[in-house]
Design a protein around this ligand. Structure first.
Ligand code: SF4
Length: 320
């Protein structure tokens, strides 16, 4: 094991072989875009959501899976896949439609897991029950991905998220009761956050039933409110060196068993104004890895704040 718990190793340990995520787009939108909560969306969210990776509008789930598996399977000699419902808010649909989509994906013989990306305020028992029933019936794993981005309510307001940490906590606790995987999305270098906010976000994630984290830097997609702020000179991005510092800080406070699904952002070229300060993602990752070795930092080094830290001399034991 390296200095943090990597995703591909965790998948291999769980499924006994390499497993690849296959993005599948559903015909959904987001309550933060359609007027239910807001109409502008989060300031960093592109108008096509994350669909630029799938280019799948109008294709059935099975057709999308077949197309991607035909491409990825031979290329990586992969036989097992995770269906990743990535774009917009994938539990934002009538329950019957949601059930039909989940069943269609789970029925595919090469799919071992469903990974459903959504918002904290779109978690409800009705959808979690459907996921449980699909998991039991088809023998697939379930992971839910939730955007948190920051624990700082002021930053979340600037981002236009339409929720605070409270909704994330509520959603996370509900998901945890079902025993599903739970992946929290965090932007480590938000210019409105300071390092204390980053530390607090790591602690918040760690005390909840979060099993995975996706970390990335703030990148700017064309046509977004963030792009307009950037082009008007109203936003100064933090340097990559600060991103790396914040990632190290975040990881040191993070629970040791949480899997790091992503440690650096990757964005699609034609839609992106800037990502990772112009540095290739693998360079940033290499610098993080090297800094952790050089400074002897490992995930969870400072995760000593749970289970009654102040009464440990009476309760004994190492609790982390
Ligand atoms: S919650 Fe997700 S899909 Fe909705 S506006 Fe924000 S980033 Fe976009």
């Amino acid at each position: 094991m390296g200095r943090y718990r990597g995703y591909s190793d965790a998948l291999k340990a769980r499924y006994g072989e390499k497993v690849y995520k296959v993005p599948v787009a559903l015909p959904v939108t987001c309550p933060n875009r359609d007027g239910t909560l807001g109409s502008g969306g989060c300031i960093f969210c592109g108008s096509i959501g994350a669909d630029y990776e799938t280019r799948a509008v109008g294709l059935s789930i099975t057709a999308q899976l077949e197309r991607s598996i035909a491409h990825i399977g031979p290329k990586y000699k992969a036989k097992k896949f995770i269906t990743y419902f990535q774009n917009f808010t994938n539990t934002y649909a009538p329950p019957d439609r949601f059930r039909a989509w989940m069943e269609e994906a789970a029925r595919h013989p090469d799919v071992v897991e469903l990974d459903v990306s959504t918002r904290p305020d779109c978690i409800h028992e009705v959808y979690l029950e459907i996921l449980k029933e699909v998991a039991d019936r088809y023998g697939v794993g379930i992971t839910v991905e939730l955007g948190l981005q920051s624990s700082n309510p002021h930053t979340l307001k600037i981002l236009g998220r339409g929720h605070t940490a409270a909704e994330f906590i509520d959603g996370a606790l509900r998901i945890g009761r079902y025993g599903f995987g739970l992946c929290a999305h965090v932007i480590a270098d938000l210019p409105w956050d300071d390092r204390t906010d980053v530390e607090e976000t790591a602690k918040l994630v760690s005390v909840l039933p979060v099993t995975q984290v996706k970390l990335h830097s703030l990148y700017i997609v064309k046509g977004t409110a963030l792009a307009r702020m950037y082009e008007a000179g109203e936003l100064t991005l933090l340097p990559m060196a600060e991103y790396i510092e914040r990632v190290l800080l975040f990881l040191s406070y993070l629970r040791k068993d949480i899997i790091i699904q992503r440690i650096v952002g990757r964005a699609s070229g034609p839609y992106t104004i800037t990502v990772n300060g112009g540095d290739p993602w693998w360079e940033v990752k290499k610098r993080i890895d090297e800094a952790m070795i050089l400074r002897d930092i490992s995930q969870g080094d400072r995760c000593d704040y749970m289970d009654g830290k102040a009464v440990r001399r009476w309760t004994g034991g190492d609790t982390h």
